[in-house]
Design a protein around this ligand. Sequence first.
Ligand SMILES: Nc1ncnc2c1ncn2[C@@H]1O[C@H](COP(=O)(O)OP(=O)(O)OP(=O)(O)O)[C@@H](O)[C@H]1O
Ligand SMILES: [Mg+2]
Length: 342
Amino acid sequence: MGFFDFLTEEIAIDLGTANTLIIHNDKVVVDSPSIVAMDRRNNKIIAVGQEANQMQGKTHENIKTIRPLKDGVIADFNSSEQMISMFIKNIPSLKKRFFTPSLRMVICIPSGITEVEMRAVRESAERVNGKEVYLIHEPMAAAIGIGVDIMQPKGNMIVDIGGGTTEIAVIALSGIVCDKSVKIAGDVFTNDIIYYMRTQHNLFVGERTAERVKISIGSATEELENPPEDMSVQGRDLLTGKPKEILISSREIHKALDKSIIRIEDSVMETLAQTPPELAADIYNTGVYLAGGGSMLRGLDKRLSQKTELPIFVAEDPLRAVVRGTGTVLKNIERYKSVLIK
Ligand SMILES: Nc1ncnc2c1ncn2[C@@H]1O[C@H](COP(=O)(O)OP(=O)(O)OP(=O)(O)O)[C@@H](O)[C@H]1O
Ligand SMILES: [Mg+2]
């Protein structure tokens, strides 16, 4: 421990397409939608996180809401940096500090990220006072967060279905043996619902409404044991222009999502097909772990289990598995050196 270490604070960040989570002193201190609201007149950020999320779809010409990440990577550097910086500044225990502390950070990144994108994340982190910045692949963080012993000579398969990407990885001996990252995840499910409503019911619904429908009655299979009750959905009638309400069933949402779920199934099957046989044997015995918000879609575990003929386990608190793992790595940086990206 160096003399000036008391000036350094440690944080672990899961910068997600849908949600940003930060762990500081073993506690989740930020768990907010990755969204900013900006004043178009002066390009100033007026709100981030939950507050900005509530403005989504309800802005006027002077305000716009931006989701700085798309498909798992930063699409708008300026607003993403400002968003991270505001989240960090608002961490209660750091707010009290007289000056901004320098930060030791572990940040997770999607496994499909390019060198250029990786460098950009690192530079962004350095600009928000990151003095020591470490990166880790998202499925690796998810595995650690789930409690898998990633250092063993044993294969484990992780499927992290987030907002922007589904990351599938087989992990053994602290490394990713084979992986696949597809841009089909929660956001696509939400868009599928918007499209379905428009084409089947002439109803134009917003993103927030569609997401609510997905979470309340969304389903990956037709054969749910306890299907949720039909849900009334409001939007604008595309023919008359009037506000309208219709009743939607879980079965219909299953139809809307089916194509996207097939693509996730196919990607899981492709990754299994690339897995070396010794590791495949391990996965046959241990099954597959799911993480990420998308894994909470009703019946998705059952459907993947039918397709792969493997046991499927959904992580406890799947929305936080990645940040939990990132936090574990931050706390034991020496032990996990081998999983950090140089
Ligand atoms: N109960 C639920 N059922 C279905 N989907 C859900 C549920 N709860 C959350 N989601 C979806 O999970 C997604 C967010 O998951 P998560 O926070 O893991 O993504 P992320 O880490 O921000 O994205 P990424 O890892 O792709 O960058 C959103 O699309 C959200 O709508
Ligand atoms: Mg994620």
